[in-house]
Ligand binder design. Structure first.
Ligand code: M6R
Length: 615
């Protein structure tokens, strides 16, 4: 949520900032800006709208200089206007600052500053921080880089809330100061040049050598060196890590959108999720990163899964998988609710924090709360360099590759594969037979090819999407593990198409939802042949009796359903526990094609951001 990029080095800063910023646009995209030291002072360009709008004004009137900071915004305080876009200046106009996060005590601070004559030009919380740093800088007695570093430290101490910031001052040419508390920041280490960014993706074409800042650290960055200080003093022997991936992220390949590319990457993404983790001899899964012995895993008597949005839906399928395979009771909690609630947790509960980005503020907060209470928390993350991955006691990486489209797709199916592996491992440590374990492993190996079969229906689903694109509301129904798939299908439709959609357990229909059924309201029914197939068909008849159009997700050899539903989205048959992994694919495609038919910006839907780093 909000992206920051800063550059210092021998090259022209503007093109680098604009390019790197465009790689972070998925973090927020309602306005953008940059500030560059031009030899005399600070020159700022900012504009509401996408980064292209900023690029246009920068190209019309370029800013020349070799040091700069930039920002792409997801509005929290103040509308998405030119004035509220970052960077913000201090009272002297010689200091500029960009910020990711939320300043909770900003009103109190603003009132105090106004009483001493400060004038604010925007409605943002960030501008207050720029003024605070500016005040501390002008009254500082420090010399050299320490002057700006200490001014940042003193201002940050007055702030309640979260921040990742980059600051420059016209009196300190060649220096960028960054600080983080809650919001991520990484240093990109180049040859005679250095970068600061919200995540490694921004840096892909420039360097793969990074230093991940720890919480509460401050960095002073020059072209030829950087120093990292924690509240305890300078961090000695800073480790520079080499990262992979990145570059492919910015390439849509043959696809029109990242979302479609990522849907089509699912065969390989899920293969990466289970590669090297299947133990055919033991008929179990190998998950080395859990950092728990078989004895410790056997002692677990409850599991709690924390997540938000799609990640939580994956956890809900995970509940079904683990309870079936290992007979361990599992509860799922919205991270945001767990964090502030009083929910009692029994002594031998194991927590999972699920997050594609690994930076979701609510899930990070919930993880910290569970660890504070003394529980072990395992992360299920895609982003290896993320805060959740680093703060977990252990975990399982998804290895899905970068997910750029705001709608989570391949990360969801990867999470489902990982929950299957966890269920299998825990089951085999208890009573699950080798024969059952082996069946599941074999079925899992067939999944990539079966997802490819689901994807082959994309063109047919595009035509179906045209038929339903003008609905104003849609319902999604499913039972057991397909209930979270109904929720996930509805979430995809809401975020990508802006059509109102709701997911329910199929049987809930008659408890109120049925009042919504009419001939204009399509119902998507997850009706693959499993133990509750007949029950789902009963619900289908209830909808038909009220003239509701039905789109059924069904097995490709199910002839009966073709005579009952208006439209069938076909999926191959797999092990019943793995069926949700296939069933979600046509729903992702349906949402995508409806979104395109309605002319939506599917990769960057309105009001959203990929990585939600505010509460
Ligand atoms: O990065 P995370 O997995 O923690 O993100 C959680 C949610 O914000 C995310 O899944 C969101 O719901 C997606 N946009 C859904 O497509």
């Amino acid at each position: 949520m909000c992206g920051i990029v800063a550059y210092v080095g021998p090259r022209d800063a503007q093109p680098i900032l604009l390019d790197a910023l465009s790689r972070l646009e998925y973090r927020g995209y309602d306005s953008a800006g940059l500030a560059i030291l031009n030899g005399k002072g600070i020159e700022v360009r900012k504009k509401s709208g996408r980064i292209q709008e900023l690029a246009k004004i920068c190209l019309a009137e370029p800013v020349k200089g070799r040091l700069g900071i930039s920002h792409t915004r997801w509005a929290t305080h103040g509308a998405a206007t030119d004035k509220n876009a970052h960077p913000h200046l201090d009272a002297s106009g010689r200091l500029a600052l960009v910020h990711n996060g939320v300043i909770e005590n900003y009103l109190e601070l603003k009132t105090k500053l106004m009483e001493t004559g400060h004038i604010f030009l925007s409605e943002t919380d960030t501008e207050i921080l720029a003024h605070l740093v500016g005040e501390a800088f002008s009254s500082s007695r420090e010399k050299g880089d320490a002057r700006l570093v200490e001014a940042v430290r003193s201002a940050v101490q007055q702030i309640q809330g979260t921040l990742g910031i980059a600051v420059i001052h016209a009196d300190m040419p060649g220096l960028i100061v960054g600080a983080r508390r809650g919001s991520p920041l990484v240093i990109g280490v180049g040859e005679g040049e250095n970068f600061l960014a919200s995540d490694t993706q921004a840096l892909a074409p420039y360097t793969n050598r990074v230093v991940i800042l720890q919480d509460k650290e401050i960095v002073s960055l020059r072209a030829d060196r950087f120093d990292v200080a924690s509240p305890l003093g300078i961090r000695e022997n800073v480790k520079v890590e080499e990262i992979e991936d990145g570059v492919a992220a910015s390439d849509k390949g043959v696809h029109q959108h990242f979302m479609l590319k990522e849907i089509f990457e699912q065969p390989s993404a899920i293969q990466n999720a289970f590669r090297g983790r299947l133990d055919a001899d033991g008929a179990t899964a190998k998950l080395g990163g859990l950092n728990m012995s078989p004895q410790e895993l056997r002692q677990i008597d409850r599991i709690c899964v924390l997540g938000c949005g799609t990640a939580l839906h994956a956890g809900m399928v995970g509940k079904y998988l683990i309870e079936t395979l290992a007979k361990i009771p599992v509860e799922t909690q919205h991270s945001s609710e767990f964090r502030y609630g009083d929910s009692p947790v029994s002594g031998r509960t194991l927590f999972f924090a699920v997050s594609q980005s690994g930076e979701t503020a609510d899930t990070l907060g919930a993880l910290r709360e569970a660890r504070r209470r003394g529980f072990t928390v395992l992360g299920i993350c895609n982003n290896v360099a993320s805060t959740i991955a680093r703060e977990s006691d252990g975990g399982v990486y998804m290895h899905a590759g970068p997910e750029i489209g705001v709608a989570a797709t391949k990360s969801f199916t990867s999470q489902l594969v990982i929950f299957t592996l966890i269920g299998l491992l825990l089951g085999r440590l208890r009573f699950l037979s080798a024969a059952h374990g082996r069946e599941l492993l074999q079925a899992m190996e067939n999944l990539p090819a079966q997802i490819t079969q689901c994807l082959a229906y994309s063109d047919a689903i595009r035509e179906i999407a045209q038929r339903y694109a003008h609905a104003s509301s849609m319902l999604f129904l499913g039972r057991l593990a397909n209930f979270p798939i109904a929720l996930e299908g509805a979430l995809k439709v809401k975020e990508i198409t802006y059509i109102h959609a709701e997911g329910y357990p199929s049987a809930e229909l008659k408890h109120g939802v049925i009042a919504l059924i009419d001939k204009e309201t399509p119902t998507v029914l997850l009706a693959t042949q499993d133990g509750v197939y007949d029950k789902n068909l009963g619900n289908l008849q209830e909808i038909k009796a009220r003239s509701g159009p039905i789109i059924a997700v069904a097995h490709d050899d199910d002839k009966k359903i073709c005579t009952l539903a208006d439209t069938v989205l076909k999926v191959p048959r797999t092990h019943e526990l793995l069926q949700p992994i296939l069933n979600i694919v046509p729903l992702q495609l349906l949402a995508y094609h409806i979104g395109v038919a309605l002319g939506r910006d599917v990769d960057k839907p309105r009001n959203l951001a990929k990585s939600v780093t505010v509460e």
